[in-house]
Design a protein around this ligand. Structure first.
Ligand code: SAH
Length: 242
């Protein structure tokens, strides 16, 4: 178990969105939902539109310089952020952001929570990103229609690391990325299925051999599928014999 897992008493997420009805959504079921009910973490939504001072409750306007689409207004977004800012990290879900990693997820999970701004339309006015020092976070190289589903992905990854949320703490430790490797393959009964058997070593009862086999499989799969991760792994293991 990582030391920082134990020190966080309570994770508080505030999601700034034009669609609060999308929450808790998937975060309200299964382990995350149970943890939410048990108050192991807290989720608030803030309707950005409530901070518009325009009589039509406008939150967006046309892009300066022209082009298609609309841009979220800096004044409205800033007021929404300021209404909940209390020292928690301020994130903006954004395809231009730093790609999300398990390392960043773990750091966030060990902190007090997060304020998460969900973009819509073409995105938000650059000045509010600068002025409120928003950390832009991407969940991958593709474009979603809004930041809400990205925020749900981020929170799902965080919440499962919070103390007492995942039944089996250990299973979080061997997961893909935690070791720098993709995970080894899994098998369960029946012993033979469509003429395919479970690898013999796994039914041998020899835990040393099983661990060795799993490590070799993880290395093989990582080398084949993710040369980027494999190179980083090799660099971090200079002394160890593989
Ligand atoms: N015009 C933008 C895309 C806007 S998509 C561009 O080309 O970069 C609308 C909103 O969806 C974004 O403001 C962001 O909040 C969210 N979004 C889209 N793709 C995302 C991704 N890969 N990761 C995180 N958020 C994303």
């Amino acid at each position: 178990m990582h030391a920082e897992d134990t020190k966080n008493p309570f994770f508080h997420a505030s999601v700034l969105t034009l669609y609060p009805e999308m929450f808790p959504g998937p975060l309200g079921i299964s382990l995350a939902g149970k943890a939410l009910t048990e108050k192991k973490w807290q989720l608030d939504t803030v309707q950005i539109r409530d901070f518009s001072e325009n009589k039509h409750r406008m939150v967006d306007d046309t892009p300066a310089g022209g082009s298609a689409g609309m841009v979220m207004k800096p004044d409205v977004v800033a007021r929404a952020i300021d209404s909940v800012s209390d020292g928690r990290p301020r994130l903006l879900m954004s395809p231009r952001g730093k790609p999300l990693t398990q390392k960043r997820v773990r750091e966030l999970a060990s902190g007090p929570g997060a304020i998460i701004l969900c973009g819509r339309f073409e995105g938000v006015d650059e000045r509010v990103i600068e002025a409120r020092e928003l950390e832009e976070v991407s969940i991958g190289d593709y474009i979603l229609s809004g930041g809400e589903t990205a925020a749900i992905v981020l929170l799902d990854a965080i919440v499962r690391l919070l103390p007492g949320v995942m039944g089996n703490q250990e299973s979080g430790e061997t997961e893909s990325f935690e070791t720098g490797l993709l995970e080894h393959p899994h098998y369960t009964r029946p012993q033979i299925w469509e003429d395919r058997t479970i690898p013999e070593v796994l039914t041998s009862g020899n835990h040393k051999l099983i661990d060795q086999w799993r490590l070799e499989q993880a290395q093989r799969i990582t080398e084949q599928r993710r040369p980027d991760l494999w190179a980083a792994y090799l660099q971090n293991q200079p002394a160890k014999k593989r």
